[in-house]
Design a protein around this ligand. Structure first.
Ligand code: GUN
Ligand code: ZN
Length: 424
């Protein structure tokens, strides 16, 4: 067992922020021997109980749950910041040629830098796209396993409208997917996500096969993209004219269920929102990507009006940063679009929840990651609110929790992440 004394931020079951200015976090093995949060609360209330546990005292630091990135592409590390008119030219000119290199196992070993970036930015759980090559999936899982990280990924399915080098074969793609599920899903902290890239790049047969696998392996995740860009939507609708909407294509192929996660979900109507809600499907909201590619703005008010699960994601490399601070900041700006009532677009506590406990809950991992409640896996970040001169100046004047969190969201980046602790 070990303990840390610092300020603590975590969330209760209703998603409300809990803050201890002088807190104690105690970690140690649970009955199964897995590193777990054993207690989190005020130092005054816990110190006597855990007096014999070695304690690291971190004055001036804030301990918070490790961040959860609901949608990121590991093979797009070198695609970040590639300028394009919009999604489809960006995919064709930069992303597909880049991903084609991941058939090579040596290139796939680039994965090590991906994990370095996640850790440097305080991300401890990620739902990640690999490429269409099984080598890329094996490389990713092997590295995550070595680092003890909780990671969910899968081989991308894309058997049409994709260039040579990334396009796969329908039958083989489904055989490969099932073999990878059997090899990796549920091993240590790893999970498999059935990963059709997006409806326009899969045949009906591939989507149907993916849906059958999603039914046969209900504890796996499903991940894809939807309703990101107007040109993409028109294309998808033309290819699947029998489906009510772009989103319905996935429902019509058995790809909407608990643990299904769709990136973007921008151009929705209320029937789409109700379909998300009724199928317990979640949205990964990717504001830096949406702003960079000019895709549009996720409708946070719509997702409250017809409520469905959602959380935040970087979407690197459409997204421009691995930093959860940058993503929360962009979500705040995106939430200003279409705002009809006066007030904040999203509160800082809510933004933080959407990237930690809320994201974990949207992934079906509530009480497992993304929080510091007893029983959660012991992943957390040690943040330094004095990391830069301006952060120090601004946070020292914060008069309450909202002001402290807002200052960190607006001014923070990887420099504020002093240490990322995995499975302590
Ligand atoms: N739609 C299909 N593939 C992609 C991708 O790689 N990134 C984004 N942002 N959208 C997609
Ligand atoms: Zn994406």
């Amino acid at each position: 067992m070990q303990s840390w004394r610092a300020s603590l931020l975590h969330f209760n079951e209703d998603g409300l922020a809990q803050y201890e200015s002088d807190g104690l976090l105690v970690t140690g093995p649970n009955e199964a021997g897995k590193p777990t949060i054993l207690a989190a609360g005020s130092h005054a209330s816990l110190a006597a109980l855990f007096a014999s546990v070695p304690c690291t005292h971190l004055p001036g630091r804030l301990i918070a749950p490790g961040f959860v990135d609901m949608h990121v592409h590991y093979p797009q590390l070198d695609v970040i910041g590639s300028p394009a008119e919009g999604l489809l030219p960006w995919l064709n000119h930069y992303t597909f040629p880049h991903e084609a290199q991941f058939s090579n196992a040596e290139h796939a070993a680039e994965v090590a830098s991906f994990f370095d970036e996640l850790m440097r930015h305080g991300v401890t759980t990620a739902l990640t796209f690999a490429t269409s090559h099984p080598t890329s999936v094996n490389a990713l899982f092997e590295q995550a396993q070595k680092r003890g990280l909780r990671l969910i990924t899968g081989k991308v399915l894309q058997d049409r409208h994709s260039p040579d080098g990334v396009r796969d074969q329908t039958e083989q793609s489904l055989i490969d997917t099932e073999a990878l599920i059997k090899k990796w899903h549920g091993v240590d902290r790893l999970g498999y996500a059935i990963t059709p890239r997006f409806a326009p790049s899969s045949t009906e047969a591939q989507l149907r096969g993916a849906g059958e696998l999603a039914a046969a392996y209900p504890s796996t995740w499903v991940q894809s993209h939807v309703a990101e860009n107007l040109e993409e939507i028109a294309w998808a609708r033309g290819l699947f004219p029998d489906s009510r909407s772009y989103l319905s294509i996935y429902a019509d192929h058995g790809l909407m269920r608990e643990r299904a996660v769709y990136a973007h979900c921008i151009h929705f109507d209320d029937d789409d929102r109700a379909l998300m809600r009724d199928t317990a499907t979640a949205a990964a909201v990717c504001p830096t990507s949406n702003l960079f590619l000019g895709s549009g703005f996720f409708d946070f008010a719509g997702a409250e009006r017809v409520p469905f699960a959602h959380g935040l994601a970087s979407d690197v490399g459409g997204g421009t940063s691995f930093s959860p601070f940058v993503t929360m900041r962009a979500a705040y700006f995106a939430g200003r679009e279409g705002q009809t009532k006066p007030g904040l677009s999203l509160s800082p506590e809510r933004l933080w929840w959407l990237h930690t406990a809320g994201a974990a809950s949207a992934l079906g991992l509530e009480g497992v990651v993304g929080n510091l409640q007893p029983g959660c896996e012991a992943d957390f970040v040690i943040l330094n609110p004095q990391a830069t001169p301006l952060l120090a100046r601004r946070t020292s004047q914060a008069e309450n929790l909202a002001e402290l969190l807002f200052a960190m969201i607006v001014l923070g980046d990887d420099r504020a992440v002093e240490r990322t602790v995995i499975a302590a």
